[in-house]
Design a protein around this ligand. Structure first.
Ligand SMILES: NC(=O)c1ccc[n+]([C@@H]2O[C@H](COP(=O)([O-])OP(=O)(O)OC[C@H]3O[C@@H](n4cnc5c(N)ncnc54)[C@H](O)[C@@H]3O)[C@@H](O)[C@H]2O)c1
Length: 373
């Protein structure tokens, strides 16, 4: 198969979908790999490393897209890329369709096959291609939050762990999944008082057995949230309802109840955010303040640590990409049934129910395509 890897063009996105090690695995198995010039540079992989792995370096993004039967990317295609996508091309990348109508419409029009990292879902409901980036974003959310709590950056001026004789900061984490768990490890490790809110009792049972003593769990509901936000220093949004928009657990009116200089880090921003006043920001201009409350809502947090993120992501994507290259997208589902859930749009049809529902568009079950080959 011909595999093409364009350079990411989204603001401050330095990750790349394939490492030289991955390229070598493909070429070793008889596939052709086309990498856009300098695509790996931001992650620390020069063109020569890909060449040594048997890949061909392509000078322009247009040509790179035109070479691939499968396009491997990190972020969803953005407007200038829409017209480069061809009918029947397999796109393997993050899409986050539910929060992006123009992208959904463009991909329907392209008649490409859109396999979304974020909805590949195993039988036990885990999301193997979201986990590595969630781990990165979760750990980073506390690093960022601690930083923005500093007074000169707009925060309350409280040190996360305090010092002897002072109380540590209070960290509230909405959602105790991958992001929430990693955030809790980091915040508790720095000495903060941490509360994780979730709706899953079994999840909270698990967390309460593995987490240190300075991490508590509580049922997520409006009553508890309204009570806790009044003296929280750092609030981290980490809720996920797979494939759908995040629920607004913190509403606009609640900001007035918070302490001035409270920091909100809404990691769920890529699914619309679980804080009503959250709107996506970039690493260049990451924060804004409403009612004295600082918001950090960068939609591609892992993009700031591309070395770690690229390795973490490609460790998880490569086995799937290899099977897709070896067998094609329909047969690859035999070995990895979790890929079924990854298909969101196929040849103009929405095949992921939550996306169709979000935009009130027709839905075709993915089995229609997978059983007819
Ligand atoms: N901004 C970024 O750069 C970035 C990076 C990675 C992940 N993310 C996003 O972070 C979010 C969380 O991802 P994850 O991997 O931790 O998901 P996850 O599925 O592991 O965890 C989500 C948790 O939310 C809980 N939840 C659902 N409804 C809730 C509610 N009403 N109140 C409290 N908890 C609730 C679930 O029970 C689950 O434990 C996702 O939106 C993901 O896309 C963003």
């Amino acid at each position: 198969m011909r595999i093409a890897v364009p350079k990411e063009i989204k603001n401050n996105e330095n990750r790349v979908a394939l490492t030289p090690a991955g390229a070598q695995e493909f070429t070793k198995n008889g596939h052709q790999v086309f990498i856009q010039e300098s695509a790996g540079l931001g992650s620390g992989f020069p063109d020569q490393a890909y060449k040594n792995a048997g890949a061909t370096i392509i000078p322009t993004i247009e040509e790179t897209y035109s070479k691939g039967e499968m396009i491997m990317k990190v972020k969803e295609p953005i407007e200038p890329e829409y017209s480069l996508i061809q009918e029947n091309q397999l796109l393997f990348t993050y899409f986050h369709f539910a929060s992006n109508k123009p992208l959904t419409e463009a991909m329907i029009k392209s008649k490409a096959i859109c396999l979304a990292y974020e909805t590949v879902e195993k039988e036990d409901k885990t999301l193997p291609l979201l986990i590595p980036m969630s781990e990165v974003a979760g750990r980073m959310s506390v690093q960022k939050g601690a930083n923005y709590l500093e007074k000169p950056l707009g925060g309350r001026g409280i040190l996360l762990g305090g010092v002897p004789g002072t109380l540590p900061a209070k960290v509230l984490i909405l959602g105790g999944g991958i992001v929430g768990t990693q955030a809790a490890w980091m915040a508790s490790g720095l000495g903060a008082d941490v509360i994780i809110l979730d709706v899953s009792l079994s999840r909270m049972r698990h967390l309460s057995t593995v987490m240190p003593k300075n991490v508590k769990t509580m049922m997520s509901n409006e009553f508890n949230i309204r009570h806790l936000i009044k003296n929280a220093d750092l609030i981290i949004g980490a809720v996920l309802i797979p494939g759908a928009k995040a629920p607004h657990l913190i509403t606009r009116d609640m900001l007035k109840e918070m302490l001035p200089g409270t920091v909100l880090v809404d990691v769920a921003v890529d699914q619309g955010g679980c804080i009503e006043t959250c709107k996506p920001t970039t690493h260049e201009d990451p924060t804004y303040t409403i009612d004295g409350v600082l918001h950090y809502c960068v939609a591609n947090m892992p993009g700031a640590v591309p070395y770690t993120s690229t390795l973490a992501l490609t460790n998880a994507t490569l086995p799937y990409a290899m099977e897709l290259a070896q067998k094609g997208w329909q047969e690859a589902c035999d070995k990895y049934p979790e890929l079924h859930h990854g298909f969101n749009i196929i040849k103009g049809d929405i095949v992921y129910e939550a996306v169709a529902e979000t935009f009130n568009l027709p839905y075709v079950p993915v089995s229609y395509y997978l059983n007819h080959h």
